[in-house]
Design a binder for this molecule. Structure first.
Ligand SMILES: [Zn+2]
Length: 194
């Protein structure tokens, strides 16, 4: 019998804890670098992104979301940013999108079809539509990575609850080499507003 994934995880976990492998990760819950990184859930970035940015455990709050998109000014990403700033002392925010992002090729109609194929009824989809939930818009990907990163950075920078002394930057990372490119630093985002 092959072990299922959860059992594999739990088996590793027992070894990890019993051998004190956690010691090297010990830190506080306050970000040492007073930094928040908003980035994509892409699996290539899991270890590459912190390594390429020189971030160790404890250095930064890292918020992961598909496409590194801040889709709503009062959604869960913004709430996490608020907590990071006001409760945990963050002063700098980097939105870091990446080249070759899967969110640039998402077609919401295909996703809806896959839902139907997996047993979600047309009735359910219609009912959500009648309730005012625009599924196509909700599932929509991003058309331009650069524009999307800048837009998310602007949503944060222009948010009425973000204090003026917090710096916000928009960057893109290469998913293979880890090379960072600054699309707009805080100064440029401020200038955009003027
Ligand atoms: Zn991505």
């Amino acid at each position: 019998m092959t072990m299922n994934l959860l059992d594999q995880i739990l088996e590793h976990n027992e070894y990890f804890v019993e051998n004190n492998l956690y010691e090297q990760y010990r830190t506080s819950r306050f970000p040492n670098k007073k930094l928040v990184v908003v980035s994509c859930m892409d699996t290539r970035l899991t270890e590459l992104l912190p390594a390429a940015m020189g971030l160790k455990n404890g250095d930064s709050k890292i918020i992961k979301t598909a496409g590194a998109v801040v889709s709503h000014p009062f959604g869960s990403v913004m709430r996490s940013i608020m907590v990071a700033i006001y409760e945990l002392g963050a002063q700098e925010i980097c939105v870091v999108g990446h080249h070759d992002c899967g969110m640039t090729s998402i077609d919401p109609n295909h996703t809806l079809q896959k839902m139907r194929d997996r047993g979600i009824s047309e009735n359910t989809i219609d009912t959500l539509g009648y309730a005012g939930i625009d599924l196509r818009h909700w599932l929509k990907g991003i058309s331009s990575l650069e524009e999307s990163v800048l837009e998310s950075a602007r949503v944060i920078r222009q948010h009425p609850l973000i204090p003026a002394d917090v710096r916000v930057h928009g960057l893109v990372i290469h998913p293979v080499t880890g090379r960072l490119e600054v699309l707009a630093g805080d100064y440029q985002l401020e200038t955009d507003l003027a």
